[in-house]
Structure formats: structure tokens, C-alpha cells
Design a protein around this ligand. Structure first.
Ligand code: PHE
Length: 330
């Protein structure tokens, strides 16, 4: 048995130790075979023979248990070493949130115009009739008010339907020249694939002496801006109507998905409408007391831009706080 005990003491792994146990104490093990001999041994020798075997068995078991403990400890240490966790390490991925695509798009638009020296102006979300409508050449009961799907409050204030009232507030509090954008939240009673009751606009207004500002300036600024946002697109100015501008146009870009060939997103026209603009109507200047000036203005929907930039089909999904969706915009 000494040989076996030595083998046990020299075992290098738990597997090796286990096979040594099987070889000695297992069903067909050497010691088990010795025990089987008891049957054939004369009675008077049996006691001594059995006692000796039992002692050997105890010795083997002890050697195995001791070695097992040592090997198990070694295995555990090895495992602890290889699976070390450094709790002081910083996990960027877990702690990093992403900017909402609408805010990200709005930031890009703001930065673009700030670089062109436009000031950023703000106004209240709850507006009165004068700033939201009347001063913008939208008298009471004018049919063009229907375009706006307004939320009215009981006290006849409204949730602003566009950022254009910020034009009025800025002109009433500052002297020309003016070069401003007004980014912000606006509200309309509208809810479908491409509309939510709350959305974001960026308004632009430039006012200077009458000889300095023309439609050509507006056109140049917007073409450059749209190509900055959407890449190499064609830009088309299509006659339209807004009460606060004259002439007014809506601006289309060639479809960013089909490059103008016609697809589902552009309703097979090859064009996508992206903003409204025009030369400021003289009645607006009259309402704020400006004389001998000329100006241009534009207004765009930030969600529309975000949807086209990120190929988002349903605008409403952006406001469901679904982290799986929002996480894609990191
Ligand atoms: N206020 C207009 C709208 O919300 C957009 C616009 C702004 C159009 C400025 C022309 C000039 O639809």
C-alpha cells in the first residue's frame, strides 16, 4: 500500500486523485480485491487479516482526504486568480446614456446657425392671441387659423402652435438689425405616423434695412443649410402661403432615400417637404412698429429632420421612452 499512498501524495490533479481512489478502494480496486479474499481465509487468520486491511483502508482514505483538500484549495486559488474582478474599473458602457435623436438634431441645427452668427431667442410655451396669431397677420376669425389645429385654454391663451411668436417678442424688445433663431417646443391637435401633439420647431428671422435683405439671401442660406444637414440634395422652392410672409414658399429636398427616383417615403414624387419660409409680410413689421426694413423668416419641424436623417418610420415611437429604440442613436 505504501506505493499507493505515495502515488496519492504525488497526485497533480483532482482527476488523478479520483482515479487513484477507484484503483484502490473502487469496486475493482486492489484493496477491495484483498477484502474479497477474506472468504477463503482460514477462520483463525481472519481477524488479523481483516484488521490489517481495515488499517490500510483507513490510511488510504486519510491520504486521499488530505490530498483532496490540498488540491481543492489549489484549484480554487487558480480560479480566483483567473476570474479576478477589479471593482475599481469604470464601465463606460453601462453608465453612458445617449442624447435623444430629436434633441441631437435640434442641437446640430442650432450649432449651424450659431456659427452663422444667429442669436438664440426663447419665448413662453403658453402664448396669447396677439403673439401667436394677430401680430403675425392672422386676425381673429381669419380662415388661415385653421391651418394650426390649436389647443385653446379657458382664458383664451393658447399652447403656442409654432415658434413664430418668438419673432414678434424679439422684434418688440430689440431694434433691427435682427438675426435670430428660436428653437423650442410647440403644440398642435394632431396625432398620426408623422405628427405628435407636442413637437419641436426651429424658427429663423433676419431683419435689416430694406436694401439689404431679399429672397435671394433667404434662398442661399437655406440651400447651404439643407445640404449641410442632408448631404448632396437638390433643393426646390415651391410657392405656398403663410399669413406672415409674402411671398411664401415651402422648401423641398430631393428624396434622401430614393435620390429622386420616387419611393414610398416621398409618395413617389421624388421630393420631401422640409420647411416653410418667405419674405416677412409688411403687416408683421407694422404690428411691431418697424419701418423701412425688410426681412426673411423660416420655420422647420425638428422631428421631420430627425426622421429623415435616421430613417424613422413612426414619429410616435420617439416619445415612448423605449430604451431599446433610443439606445440605437448612441
Ligand atoms: N410658422 C410656420 C409653421 O409653423 C412656419 C414658418 C415660419 C413659415 C416662418 C414661414 C416663415 O407652419
Amino acid at each position: 500500500m505504501k506505493v499507493w499512498i505515495e502515488k496519492i501524495n504525488n497526485a497533480n490533479s483532482l482527476e488523478e486523485l479520483e482515479s487513484l481512489r477507484v484503483d484502490t478502494l473502487g469496486k475493482k480496486g486492489v484493496l477491495t480485491k484483498e477484502f474479497a479474499k477474506l472468504k477463503t481465509i482460514p477462520n483463525e487468520e481472519k481477524k488479523a487479516f481483516a484488521q490489517n486491511l481495515n488499517e490500510q483502508k483507513i490510511a488510504l482514505n486519510e491520504a486521499i482526504d488530505t490530498k483532496k483538500e490540498v488540491l481543492e484549495k489549489e484549484a480554487l486559488n487558480k480560479k480566483l486568480e483567473s476570474e479576478i474582478i477589479d471593482v475599481t474599473r469604470f464601465n463606460n458602457e453601462l453608465s453612458c446614456a445617449s442624447v435623444h435623436p430629436v434633441i441631437d438634431t435640434m442641437d446640430r441645427i442650432i450649432t449651424y446657425f450659431q456659427n452663422l452668427n444667429f442669436a438664440v431667442e426663447e419665448g413662453p410655451l403658453v402664448e396669447d392671441d396677439f403673439h401667436n396669431f394677430e401680430a403675425l397677420n392672422l386676425p381673429k376669425y381669419h380662415p388661415a387659423r385653421d391651418m394650426q389645429d390649436t389647443f385653446y385654454n379657458k382664458d383664451f391663451t393658447v399652447l403656442r402652435t409654432h415658434t413664430s411668436p418668438v419673432q414678434i417678442r424679439t422684434m418688440l424688445s430689440q431694434k433691427p438689425p435682427i438675426r435670430m433663431i428660436a428653437p423650442g417646443t410647440v403644440f398642435r391637435r394632431d396625432f398620426d405616423l408623422t405628427h405628435t401633439p407636442m413637437f419641436h420647431q426651429v424658427e429663423g428671422l433676419v431683419v435689416d434695412s430694406a436694401d439689404k435683405i431679399s429672397f435671394a439671401n433667404l434662398k442661399h442660406v437655406l440651400v447651404e443649410f439643407l445640404q449641410h444637414m442632408f448631404g448632396e440634395v437638390e433643393v426646390r422652392f415651391r410657392p405656398s402661403f403663410f399669413p406672415f410672409t409674402e411671398p411664401s414658399t415651402e422648401v423641398d429636398i430631393s428624396c434622401v432615400f430614393c435620390k429622386g427616383d420616387g419611393c414610398r417615403v416621398c409618395s413617389h414624387t421624388g421630393w420631401l417637404e422640409v420647411l416653410g419660409c418667405g419674405v416677412v409680410d409688411p403687416n408683421v413689421f407694422k404690428a411691431v412698429g418697424y419701418e423701412n426694413v425688410s426681412g426673411y423668416a423660416f420655420g422647420l419641424g425638428v422631428e421631420r429632420f430627425a426622421m429623415l436623417i435616421h430613417n424613422i418610420g413612426d414619429l410616435r415611437s420617439l416619445f415612448e421612452s423605449d430604451l431599446k429604440l433610443l439606445g440605437q442613436f448612441k
